[in-house]
Design a protein around this ligand. Structure first.
Ligand code: SAH
Ligand code: SF4
Length: 440
């Protein structure tokens, strides 16, 4: 059977989708790019903000429309966080759906799809773990290792920031044993992977007995052949001095960190239950820069949280000015059903949220451009991902996460350059990327 899948949301979902594809292909399914040729259409959904929920529901509605095609049945399924959130309610939200499968049940997808195709009965698999607590959706031994790979180190989240639906849709925290993580990274590296990104909702809270996240990083740093190590997303409350200093001492740890601040107001942080103060956040930034002065620090920010005043918002702007982030994702607060913040109401008007978001964007963009401008004249190590748009042009990412396009002589730039680490002298700064020349 041919399967089309549309993925929304965070890197964790992107990673889940890659593993789902592998599970399906191993079971004899074929992935297709065009839903018109599919027998099965899946939406891997996100519900972290209201807009994401709407996107997932409308995509499912769009996909199930041509249900009967040439006398063949189309199986339509909802996966991901909306599947866990809505469960059987999906069937009344979107008519014509057949499958609802939450993240802890992906290993059952081939059987559920086949069952559904055979008897037309709806299938629902939601809830946490279902007897597979050890299943962190690792890449199978038979699969080809990507140049840049994600590795899950923990599932779920029990942090319970008041606005966040993740704890209820991704379930309790389960930390993966260090030996398993190391085993997967070693397998990937042996297969040709250069760069590994460790994944978890609060990845730096990972523990195993006495071993902390800093110990995990140090262990992985020893793996010969691994060129780059990254992790996402750390929580500021769990940023230990050891993890900050690792940016200065570990060979593989890239000089880039995405550290969601959410707000620059202590009053708002308290009302979000983030359990750190702005000064704590700034102290972490200082420690990171002491370890690695050129580190790229990016963040997530929410505007219009219930009760956020103009003064609170001004403090968020002040935080952006103080940290000089290399980039930030900014979001308008939206109420998520069942979260504790639901009770706080939603008292900042839509117009006010829009105004704060656009003022925030302006400041963020200024610092983003300034960070990029600092790269001019530097020679950066680039992991080549593929060919650029122009002849002899290649594209990849620097360790600080900047996209770099570069040209090099025809005799050097053959397709084997993909997956290589090269040095590029930066000669030009574009609005969203850097440009340079291959530097032998
Ligand atoms: N686990 C990560 C990110 C989780 S969700 C962390 O703790 O940092 C990704 C981002 O979505 C969050 O960082 C936050 O900025 C945003 N977000 C989460 N819930 C939201 C809500 N109800 N309204 C608006 N933005 C939200
Ligand atoms: Fe949500 Fe907070 Fe957990 Fe991040 S740490 S997933 S924001 S509850």
């Amino acid at each position: 059977m041919k399967v089309y899948m549309k993925t929304f949301g965070c890197q964790m979902n992107v990673h889940d989708s890659e593993r789902i594809e592998e599970i399906l292909m191993r079971a004899g399914f074929e992935m297709v790019e065009d839903p018109a040729f599919a027998d099965v259409a899946l939406v891997n959904s996100c519900t972290v903000r209201e807009k994401a929920w709407h996107k997932a529901i409308s995509e499912a509605g769009r996909l199930r429309k041509p249900k009967e095609r040439h006398g063949r049945q189309l199986v339509v399924g909802m996966l991901g966080c909306v599947a866990q959130q809505e469960g059987e309610r999906i069937f009344s939200l979107v008519s014509g759906m057949d499958l609802v499968v939450a993240p802890d049940h992906y290993h059952r997808l081939p059987a559920l799809i086949r069952q559904c195709a055979a008897d037309g009965q709806r299938q629902v698999a939601v809830g946490f773990d279902a007897g597979h607590p050890e299943d962190f959706l690792a890449l199978s031994e038979a699969a080809a290792a990507p140049i840049s790979a994600f590795v899950t180190v923990m599932k779920g989240c029990e942090e319970r920031c008041l606005y966040c639906i993740v704890p209820s849709v991704r379930g309790p925290e389960r930390h993966r044993p260090l030996d398993d993580i190391e085993g997967e990274v070693r397998r990937l590296v042996a297969g040709g992977t250069q760069e590994v990104t460790l994944l978890g909702q609060k990845v730096n809270a990972w523990r195993e007995g006495e071993r902390s996240f800093a110990d995990l990083l140090a262990r992985l740093d020893n793996i010969e052949g691994l060129s780059r190590l990254r992790f996402t997303s750390p929580h500021p409350r769990h940023m230990s001095p050891e993890v900050a200093s690792a940016f200065g001492s570990l060979r593989t740890l890239c000089e880039a960190i995405h550290l969601p601040a959410q707000s620059g107001s202590d009053r708002t942080l308290k009302r979000m239950r983030r359990r750190y103060r702005v000064d704590d956040y700034l102290a972490t930034v200082t420690a990171l820069r002491a370890a690695r002065p050129d580190i790229a620090i990016s963040t997530d920010l929410i505007v219009g949280y219930p009760g956020e005043t103009e003064e609170d918002f001004a403090q968020t702007l002040a935080l952006v000015e103080a940290v000089r982030f290399s980039g930030a994702f900014s979001f308008k607060y939206s109420v998520r059903p069942g979260t504790p913040a639901e009770k706080l109401g939603d008292d900042v008007s839509e117009a006010e949220k829009a105004s704060r978001l656009s003022r925030l964007h302006e400041v963020v963009l200024r610092h983003e451009q300034a960070f990029r401008a600092q790269q001019l004249g530097r020679t950066l190590e680039v992991l080549v991902e593929g060919q650029g748009r122009m002849p002899r042009q290649w594209s990849g990412r620097a360790r600080n996460n900047q996209i770099v396009n570069f040209t090099c002589p025809a005799d050097v730039c053959d397709p084997a350059l993909r997956g290589q680490l090269v040095r590029v002298a930066i000669t030009r700064v574009n609005p969203n990327s850097l440009e340079g020349e291959w530097h032998p």
